[in-house]
Design a protein around this ligand. Structure first.
Ligand code: 5GP
Length: 151
């Protein structure tokens, strides 16, 4: 088996551990996710144990392409150190700098991706907000006309 082939199977196996074929929609995945402080798949993306397409990285923030893109451009921006930020609802004053940095970085990445006509920023929180991964992340979606209100 080639190295790439091996990687492919590795990724599928890990993905199916949180989004199974019978639970294919993002909403179902979100409703099945239990809000918790446990490590998430994003730790393995940060450590590069799971491959992802990184579009921006510095000492505090990692930005990579979403595996299930909801538009021509769909990027996730995450703090490299979660520090209790499982979701925005858990934010404390000590997180103000990193929260600002995530949004500022989203603007830089939007520019880098050529989203000059606009884009959408989304932060899902908790079961009703359809959050499925409990490591705070900012969705940057663009490259098509968005609709309002969101679903
Ligand atoms: P949430 O639903 O929690 O707001 O967003 C989680 C996002 O993470 C989803 O859009 C989902 O497609 C993405 N995602 C989940 N697992 C992986 C993965 O292994 N790799 C990448 N690149 N994205 C993932």
């Amino acid at each position: 088996m080639s190295h790439n082939h091996h990687h492919h199977h590795h990724r599928v196996a890990i993905l199916s551990s949180h989004i199974s074929p019978v639970m294919a929609s993002e909403k179902e995945a979100a409703l099945a996710a239990t809000p918790s402080d446990s490590p998430t798949i994003f730790d393995k993306i940060i450590s590069k144990e799971i491959p992802s397409t990184v579009v921006y990285e510095d000492d505090k923030v990692l930005a990579f392409r979403d595996i299930t893109p909801q538009g021509p451009v769909h990027i996730l921006l995450i703090p490299k150190v979660r520090d209790g930020l499982t979701g925005l609802s858990k934010a404390e004053e000590r997180h103000i700098d990193v929260l600002g940095r995530l949004l500022y970085t989203a603007k830089l990445v939007a520019k880098q991706e050529g989203l000059d006509e606009g884009f959408r920023i989304v932060i899902n929180d908790g079961p009703q907000g359809c959050q499925s991964v409990y490591h705070l992340h900012v969705h940057l979606i663009g490259g098509r006309q968005m609709n309002w209100p969101p679903g």
